[in-house]
Design a protein around this ligand. Sequence first.
Ligand SMILES: *Cc1c(COP(=O)(O)O)cnc(C)c1O
Length: 389
Amino acid sequence: MTRVFDDDLDAGFATRAIHAGQRPEPLAGAIMTPVYQTSTYVQEGLGDNKGYEYARGKNPTREALERNVAALEKGRHGFAFSSGMGCVTSIMMLFRSGDHIVCGENVYGGTFRLFDKILQGLGMTFTYVDTRDPQRIADAMTPATRMVLVETPTNPLMRITDLRAAAEIAHRGNALLVVDNTFASPFFQRPFDFGADIIYHSTTKYLNGHSDMIGGIAVLNDDDLATRLQFILNAAGAVPGPFDSWLALRGTKTLHLRMPRHDENGRQVAAWLAERLGEEKVIYPGLPSHPQHALAKSQMSGFGGMISVELGTKERANEVLKRCRLFALAESLGGVESLISHPASMTHASVEPARRQHLGITEGLIRLSCGVEDVGDLLADLEHAFHVV
Ligand SMILES: *Cc1c(COP(=O)(O)O)cnc(C)c1O
């Protein structure tokens, strides 16, 4: 019996998460894709090989991950990278000096830093807009615009962009819509359904889900664009190692089990915080009080575990952070364990204070990544921590 799951895109999400991209290993039939920990492959003769020559170009463990995540996004091509930022950098190499990019103003701090401190110096130009209002995207488009980049929900302010409207505007201007889907994961949001051209993730977060590796992945449908990105992957070389690819692949097998629990815990923690502090202090797209709750509901099937809370001052934020015992003070998000952080001094420290102020990333803002622990224990921890405010 040949037992081959042929990346059937019509299979359910859980089946794709567990099987897509993977087939029994040919030597012994191992059901798990091995960690192909190798730099090179023996060739039979000149020009005669099994399709693998050197591991920067191709690695079977990496390929399994790429096909798996592509299937989760229902896309044709996946390309894995050494980090989310390595992925963004490689995507940006599709463009050139003189090209203009319209970018959400509240994207991940590292993405803004790459554009502002490095790519701008190489001759690309950027306009940052509040993409909650599609008209602002439209107004920023120029004849040189090649790409519109949005993150939705954004980090850490949980702002939502109307993906269908953004895709229409980008395409009208002959630009690509690129979506950072890290926060929602393909379990809750599939940007291809709304017209996105490239979707990328920091696999470090929900896709891996266990806080034990760093990685990125891009998924796209257009064959020509895929050929160019494959070329960049090999030429620029920001490839993930086989073990990190394997860890990410192990993570995606339980994405459909973890995400509903992140969402359930997120909703309960957000409701508790809103009750305790007032709903205007709690930023969570799943709360009916979130100004874009209706839009979020229309393009996401769940809201996940990310919540931001406005505490007014850095002192109060610090008091709460210090008193948390289960929520660990750390950057990053999307792992099974709950984390808490202070964006202004941690994830968004590279954003200048005036710009942070303009965006609303205040000194009193804290961000929670609700893990999948027992929600009663999370609430008890917060009860203790918020006692002081
Ligand atoms: C973490 C993150 C990135 C960067 O990914 P790394 O794996 O840390 O390089 C990009 N976008 C978002 C939304 C992130 O949370």
